[in-house]
Ligand binder design. Structure first.
Ligand code: PBG
Length: 430
């Protein structure tokens, strides 16, 4: 695995400030324990550093012969000890033009001259703590591969899912978001399965919380996986997506997820007023501590194609343009952000990710709230496909795309690469 130094970091450290885990003695053994609480990580980190410091010297000056005064006297009397000569100037290839050096005050390349300086001046970090891992679940026992998303599966909620979560935790990814594939027989026009307390998502949350109490579970709040129309809201006879009636259903869905133990409910439906309504519904049921991550700027994007295949949730007719945003719009994201802030959102999300870096930066600059970016299915599949066809280096493009989302201003990134990228950051091969 050829990782560049800027991405090659130990997951035992909270950031990637050019830290190369291999240069720290004893760190490898802590890698498998990354899933423990951060306080314990900090303790093991300190211990490693202490061990290293104490190994590097035993506290008092070594006796090698002459005293300091004798050494100084020798130099002062002209008896200077030898040091290696400055190496000769490296030769340029034959034919290189002889020129006068440009008269430049500033040569930005000086700060990029070595891996050490590049690491020292790196402005953006990325760590497994920044990732939220989206996972597809179904009722089946087996894990079914998703054709349009190589490496992704519909995981059996009782087995495959639990194993995948364990793998993610082992490399420091302790946040997941769940997307259910709902049996066709349970779908209806009003998406009522969405708030069945014994439905696939609530059952899964209960199982995961039982096994991993400190796992942070995000849920998707929207009707599309449960709707026989494949839309995020209730569809009227004339094709209109009904706003307020849908919000009523979403509130019941969010409360049902909170009741099962969800930490963060994430409305991805783009109905107006749903954040405030969900906040009120959660509070009324005593879920003051459940957060809301609002899909604030969710665009009507063709990059969601593979996801809809994964969940078999393609709209049965029409498109989602009356609720999701027009990809041509920038200022409109501010209207959504203001509403979501005022209604009590805890995190603002931009989706898709890489084609919408300007929107991420906009919200980062205009809002004090944490910003999430969703690197969606189509972005993932393009990188995978390019890698399989050997057109690009999959791993490097993966890490670069994630770093760019961070640079644009995302605090957290929802990415199907979470496990692969965190594994890479830990310096381990999958
Ligand atoms: C639906 C939802 C979608 C995604 C997340 N939640 C699809 C859609 O809006 O049609 C897409 C995620 C992806 O493409 O990775 N509420």
């Amino acid at each position: 695995m050829a990782t560049t130094p800027i991405f090659n970091a130990s997951c035992s450290f909270p950031s990637t400030r050019g830290i190369d885990c291999k240069s720290f003695i004893g760190l490898r053994s802590t890698v498998s324990k990354v899933s423990v609480a951060s306080s314990r990580i900090a303790t093991s980190q300190r211990r490693n550093l202490v061990i290293r410091a104490s190994e590097s010297g035993n506290g008092h000056a070594k006796k090698l012969g002459m005293s300091d005064a004798e050494c100084e006297a020798a130099v002062a009397s002209g008896n200077v000890p030898e040091a290696p000569p400055v190496p000769p100037k490296p030769a340029a290839p034959a034919g290189t033009p002889i020129v006068q050096p440009l008269n430049l005050n500033r040569r930005p390349r000086r700060n990029r001259a070595s891996p050490v300086t590049r690491a020292a001046f790196q402005e953006t970090d990325i760590s497994p703590a920044n990732f939220v891992y989206p996972l597809f679940i179904h009722e089946g026992e087996e894990d079914t591969p998703i054709g349009a998303m190589p490496g992704c599966y519909r995981l059996g909620w009782r087995h495959g899912l639990v194993e995948e979560v364990a793998k993610a935790r082992a490399v420091g990814v302790n946040s997941i978001v769940l997307f259910p594939k709902v049996p066709e027989a349970l779908k209806n026009p009003t998406g009522d399965e969405a708030y069945n307390d014994n439905g696939l998502v609530p059952r899964t949350i209960r199982l995961l919380k039982d096994k991993y109490p400190d796992l942070v579970i995000y849920t998707d709040v929207a009707l599309d996986p449960y709707s026989s129309d494949g839309h995020d809201g209730i569809v009227r006879e004339d094709g209109i997506i009904m706003n307020d009636e849908t919000v009523h259903q979403l509130c019941k869905q969010a409360v049902s997820q909170a009741r099962a133990g969800a930490d963060v409910v994430s409305p991805s439906d783009m109905m107006d007023g749903r954040v405030g309504a969900i906040r009120a519904a959660l509070d009324a049921e005593g879920f003051q501590n459940v957060s809301i991550m609002s899909y604030t700027a969710k665009y009507a994007s063709s990059f969601y194609g593979p996801f809809r295949e994964a969940l078999d949730s393609n709209p049965r007719f029409g498109d989602k343009k009356t609720y999701q945003m027009n990809p041509a719009n920038y200022r409109e994201a501010l209207i959504e952000a203001r509403e979501d802030e005022a209604e009590g959102a805890d995190i603002l999300l931009v989706k898709p990710g890489l084609p919408y870096l300007d929107i991420i930066r906009l919200l980062r600059d205009k809002s004090p709230l944490p910003i999430a970016a969703y690197q969606v299915s189509g972005e993932y599949s393009m990188i995978k496909a390019g890698g399989v066809l050997k057109m690009i280096d999959e791993e490097k493009v993966m890490m670069e795309s994630l770093m760019c989302l961070r640079r644009a201003g995302a605090d957290i990134i929802l990415t199907y690469f979470a496990l692969q990228a965190a594994t890479c950051l830990c310096g381990e091969k999958r």
